[in-house]
Design a protein around this ligand. Sequence first.
Ligand code: 2P0
Length: 359
Amino acid sequence: MFDKVITVNARPNLALVKYWGKRRQGEDCQDPALNLPQNSSFSITLDAGNELLTKTSVVFSEKFEEDMFYLNGKKQDMNDPELQERFLALEKLRKLARTKTKALVVSNNSFPTASGLASSASGLSAMIFAASKALGLEISMEKLSEITRIGSGSACRSLFGGFVVWDRGEKPDGSDSVARQIFDENYWSDLRIVICLTTQEKKKVSSRSGMKQTVATSNLYKVRPAIAEENVRSIESAAKKKDFETFGKIIMTDAMNMHATMMDTRPPIIYINDISKEIIYAVEELNEEEGRIVGAYTFDAGPNACIICLEKDVNKIIRKLESVEGIRNVMKAKVGKGPELLSDDQNSLIDMKELVPVS
Ligand code: 2P0
């Protein structure tokens, strides 16, 4: 049964209104492992050519005694508690397929893992998308997004291309906490993202544990979900009108609002660094000089900056950033597609005959 190798490419997404905090067990959450967010979020899926891509091959086979996972060529320890939590999503798929057959998952990221660029989002969405095909499951993207969310919250947004809203939902079982595309990748064709890498170091506090600490200890966080919810509504309406001025202002204020709650956490979580701060000042200065929003910066759980702008202003922003010392690399991205199924001959990461990772 099975033994069919499926390979997909998936892309990271960039939240422009952020998810930072899960619901705790209670009336609106029956199990914290469901990864139910405190607020809705809004993202764009990123396309930086081959630079920000997760390629993943999955096969289920009776030959396997255990699940195996290789990330960037390295076999991962399946006893790792965080990995086990993430694989709950795969377990859920297996349940739907009424099977106990184990899987081999081989995944390669073309960007630095755990550096604040969302590799877990593209990774989990690639794995779950590929696994659903390998199991021959015919389920809606909405259902797939519900399952992917269990592996990683932000990953449920990477199942779609373009502009995506992940609705908070109200149900304690999480069946209405799913992502949906609101516009496809061609909708706002001159939107660009300038990504500035300021470090390649692994972050000190993982998003998963960081957001838990924030929800538990930050007083400021008490007002965050309502602010974020309002920001999702406003940015959706700005996107609908392609009103970049409003769009950009919401992006910057939402990112800073989330980072304020991180800093208000006990002990404080400070993801941005001195270079990030210089980038903020440089973009603010450029916007001031031009008398309009030229660029809008945002930061995730790390110090790398993403600056959203229109195509006509990309060079202006890059020139301005030349005054900032310490930026290691600048990449340009567009709004991209959701996961793509690759045909067998498009270099699978699993040897089709031996069912082992290709060396
Ligand atoms: C986001 N981040 O909305 C926010 C902005 C980081 C800052 O989603 O525990 O890796 O797997 O649900 O999705 C990072 O959190 O956390 C994240 P889990 P995830 O993109």
